[in-house]
Write a protein that binds this ligand. Structure first.
Ligand code: PHE
Ligand code: ZN
Length: 887
């Protein structure tokens, strides 16, 4: 595929473009076996008089012709390289026109123009546009686009691009065309085109200034009934962005198109968002509650990009978190406001700790603003998105809501229509608030998850309570030592009768805020002491409330402390977090017994956890969704992540310990579980409302514990499986049968589920996913068998993720089989996928890159990485991940 090894690019080498493109006119002629793209680019040299070669990006293009101001170029006047078109001499100002021939029907990378089923669509972020035509494919080149699309009218009655429809024509030979104009200058990565046989759900939105926006969701006809939730989510997002950020929508149309083959969740192309169908379609019969929430969040995310991403975009891809971190922060705020803020936060934190903390501790660790990159597609990571959102969240905490809003207003006002940097964002926040964020900037440049070590002392005579806080941050690739960061530490102190008023020594009590029980300490040195006075009893510290910073906490809580926080702290997040810590502690003890015991000794599970869970279950004044989250044991991946830091993860003991603790709770809490299970049964028809979702979540959590006891309790699941009128309950029941039933029950339920839902692609994907997660030693054989199932397709990312991805990332015991067959399986599939879809291949390498965490298996894992490294056609994407993880 290439002669030289792919090279890294560096942030420090950024140079502004030599040429600009004021206007971009594109004409697409779509055919079954090729497409012709004609461009007219109105180009301008930035530094007139200074003769510079024009270097355009272009990949996998056949150049049919190239002209400047209508004059065809001689062969000697340009050079076609594998990834560029170089024109050594060009005037100061000119119109460049190229005709390129491309093959969308063969484009399995799903970047550029490709076919998804019978539909043409595009994906241009980050570097897809260069697979369409020669261009200055970088986000700081912004241009006004006019696009015409011509295709067969019967096959492709709908032809869409960005902006407003300005013309449509019927042509000869059954063909037709439409022309679109987008008045907002945009980088090429926001360009989009769709051609297909689509129907749409239509609605509208009246903006705060009274403009009417036409909203449409385009889908295949069979899916028209599944668009209502996305439409409502879109309208809610538009309203929310006006109310919370003062951002009004700016065009008269907003279109969403659903496609089945898509590398990511969705894409924020200006006024023509393209969505993975799994992130837009919803119906009670086919979509779980989690699915509903995901659709709401992703619709909002893409919509919010219209300001944080499109109106103000990134100067270069090292600044990716500028738009992604900020937009994730915005969509999290929206979801919190649409539902329960604490439940939303708990779920985000669980994900951050499992996925992002692991990434930050692994070979691909990078700062929120990376400094060097081989393939930008590899940087759509949990660090850029989720840690990036945490960084914005900390700015929000440090400034407070009001100053933060002033900062975001200033940012949008200053930089509207520009391509800017993370630094510009911080500067706007500083300018609007007057708060110095100099040291805070380290969050953008230092990788790794800081550790906060907190110790305390209580002096009863003086009524003084002292917290000693130390921070450190482990080395990460290319960064051996780190400087102390600014860590907002939200906290409280819990006494016997509730949270205590907080007063630091030397502070004069403010009559209004004097007995605040909550505050944010500013930690900004390697070691600091905070002394509280007037503390009449030894408190239990409630630390890092809401996860006020993306750090790990080390405080030596006793189990009794954790129980106290869990049941009585004012902060809902800390209650959940304490339950997680307690459960982790109890599971760790069982792991120790498993490692040390003689075979026949009974495992002892500390009853403290079951007692705490029982009192949660028995208190029906608590929010059911929170109780469900509190009763959910930390996952095996999270436990492995924690264990990796203390010398190595043993997946088998982690799994066995978790199963044992789960069974113990099932047994100890049977009555209360059963009581809640029955009491939470819902008589009214399905609705994806907060209250119903909460009840289903707790009820299905109860079912999961109960069914673990087998026998009659699996019958409970079987009954729910047959009676359910919605996918949430049906899938939860199926999962319980598959995990806890006998082989016969399992096979029968899986077969009948497939029988009922085989016509629904997204449901079949859930069915694949469940089997990929299945416990038991035959899991790998089953997964191998499913590769041959008619519904599996290696070219469809959703299916590959559902089967191969979920097996490798969410079935630890089977992926890490001692014989190495799990690793071999993944590497075999990635060998095939490497030639089909580089982006997905690189993403799915992640579980193998964690080889250092698994002593005893590490050599087997490495061997598979090395086998892949030797592939002759290894993509740049996979090359980067493999070489960095072998280093
Ligand atoms: N920019 C998209 C989002 O976060 C993600 C994406 C990246 C989609 C690259 C496709 C390709 O909303
Ligand atoms: Zn995004």
């Amino acid at each position: 595929m290439r002669d030289a090894q792919p090279a890294a690019v560096y942030l420090k080498d950024y140079a502004s473009p030599d040429y600009l493109i004021n206007r971009t006119e594109l004409h697409f002629e779509l055919h079954e076996d090729h497409a012709l793209v004609t461009s007219r680019l109105y180009m301008l040299r930035c530094d007139p008089g200074r003769e510079l070669p024009l270097v355009l990006n272009g990949v996998a293009l056949e150049l049919v012709s190239v002209t400047i101001d209508g004059q065809a170029l001689e062969d000697s006047e340009f050079q076609v390289e594998p990834e560029t078109l170089v024109i050594p001499k060009a005037p100061d100002q000119f119109v460049l026109s190229c005709v390129t021939r491309i093959l969308p029907q063969d484009n399995t990378s799903l970047e550029g123009l490709y076919k998804s089923q019978r539909m043409f669509c595009t994906q241009c972020e980050a570097h897809g546009f260069r697979k369409i035509t020669y261009y200055l494919d970088r986000p700081d080149v912004m241009s006004v686009f006019t696009v015409s699309v011509e295709a067969d009218q019967a096959r492709y009655p709908v032809l869409l691009s960005n902006g407003n429809l300005v013309d449509s024509k019927v042509l000869e030979d059954g063909r037709h065309s439409t022309t679109w104009h987008d008045p907002f200058p945009k980088p090429a990565y926001l360009f989009a085109l769709v051609a297909g046989d689509l129907k749409y759900l239509q609605d509208s939105f009246t903006t705060c200034s009274g403009r009417e926006v036409d909203l449409r969701i385009y889908v295949e006809e069979k899916d028209l009934g599944k668009c209502d939730h996305a439409m409502l989510s879109l309208q809610n997002s538009m309203r929310w962005d006006e109310e919370v950020y003062g951002r009004e929508y700016d065009l008269d149309v907003f279109n969403i198109v659903a496609v089945d083959d898509f590398n990511m969740g969705a894409m924020e192309n200006k006024s023509l968002n393209i969505f993975n169908s799994s992130c837009v379609l919803c119906s009670p019969e086919t979509t779980t509650d989690k699915g509903y929430q995901r659709v709401e969040a992703i619709v909002a995310h893409e919509y919010f990009h219209n300001w944080s991403g499109n109106r103000v975009t990134c100067r270069d891809w090292f600044q990716l978190s500028l738009k992604e971190g900020f937009t994730v922060f915005r969509d999290a705020g929206f979801s919190a406001d649409m539902g329960s803020p604490v439940v939303k936060r708990v779920e985000d934190v669980a994900n951050l700790r499992t996925v992002q903390f692991a990434e930050d501790a692994g070979p691909m660790a990078h700062p929120v603003r990376p400094e060097s990159v081989i393939e930008f597609n590899n940087f759509y990571t949990a660090t850029i998105y989720e840690k990036g959102a945490e960084v914005v969240r900390m700015i929000h905490t440090l400034l407070g809501a009001e100053l933060f809003r002033r900062g975001s207003d200033l940012y949008f006002e200053r930089h509207d229509g520009q391509a800017v940097t993370c630094e510009d964002f911080v500067l706007a926040m500083e300018a609007a608030s007057g708060i110095d964020l100099q040291q805070f900037r380290l969050w953008y440049s230092q990788a790794g998850t800081p550790l906060l070590r907190v110790r305390d002392e209580y002096d009863a005579d003086a009524g003084c309570y002292t917290l000693t806080v130390q921070q450190s941050c482990p080395p990460t690739p290319g960064q051996d030592s780190k400087l102390p960061m600014v860590i907002p530490l939200a906290m409280g102190l819990l006494g016997e009768a509730g949270n205590l008023p907080l007063r630091l020594v030397g502070e004069t009590p403010d009559p209004e805020t004097g007995d605040n029980t909550h505050r944010v300490l500013s930690v900004n040195q390697a070691e600091q002491r905070f002394v509280f006075e007037g503390v009449g009893e030894r408190p239990v510290p409630s630390l890092l409330r809401g996860l006020s910073a993306p750090v790990r906490l080390d405080y030596n809580y006793s189990k009794q402390d954790l129980c106290a926080l869990m049941s009585r702290d004012d902060d809902g997040f800390v209650r959940w977090d304490s339950a997680q810590t307690l459960a982790t502690r109890v599971m760790n003890e069982v792991e120790q017994q498993l490692l040390n015991r003689s075979k026949d000794k009974e495992l002892e599970v500390d009853p403290i956890l079951a007692r705490a869970y029982a009192s949660l279950l028995e208190d029906d004044s608590l929010d059911a969704a929170m109780v469900a989250d509190m009763l959910t044991l930390p996952g095996e991946n999270y436990l492995a992540e924690l264990a990796a830091r203390d010398g190595g993860a043993n997946v088998d003991t982690i799994h066995a310990a978790r199963v044992a603790v789960h069974a113990d709770i099932s047994k100890a809490c049977t009555d209360s579980l059963l009581q809640r299970y029955h009491a939470l049964a819902n008589a009214s028809p399905y609705a994806a409302t907060g209250a119903q979702i909460a009840d289903r979540s707790l009820r299905n959590t109860c079912l999961d514990y109960l069914a673990a006891a087998g026998g009659e309790y699996v019958e409970l699941a079987s009954r729910q499986f047959t009676d359910a009128d919605n996918m949430t309950d049906r899938l939860a029941a199926l999962r319980a049968i598959v995990f806890y039933g006998d082989d016969g029950q399992r096979d029968e339920a899986l077969a009948s589920f497939y029988q009922d839902w085989q016509h629904e692609v997204l449901v079949v994907n859930q069915w694949l996913q469940l089997q990929a997660m299945m416990p038991g030693s035959d899991a790998l054989d089953r997964v191998r068998g499913l590769l041959k199932h008619p519904d599996f397709d290696m070219r469809n990312p959703n299916k590959v993720r559902a089967l191969v991805g979920v097996f490798s990332a969410h079935n630890p015991v089977n992926f890490h089989r001692p014989d190495g067959q799990g690793y071999r399986f993944l590497a075999d599939q990635l060998t095939l996928l490497n030639d089909i879809n580089p982006q997905i291949t690189a993403k799915m390498l992640t579980p193998l890159t964690r080889w250092r965490n698994y002593s005893g298996r590490d050599q087997l894992m490495r061997a598979e990485l090395e086998r892949l490294a030797a592939l002759p056609s290894l993509s740049r994407d996979a090359f980067e991940v493999i070489t960095k993880s072998l280093q």
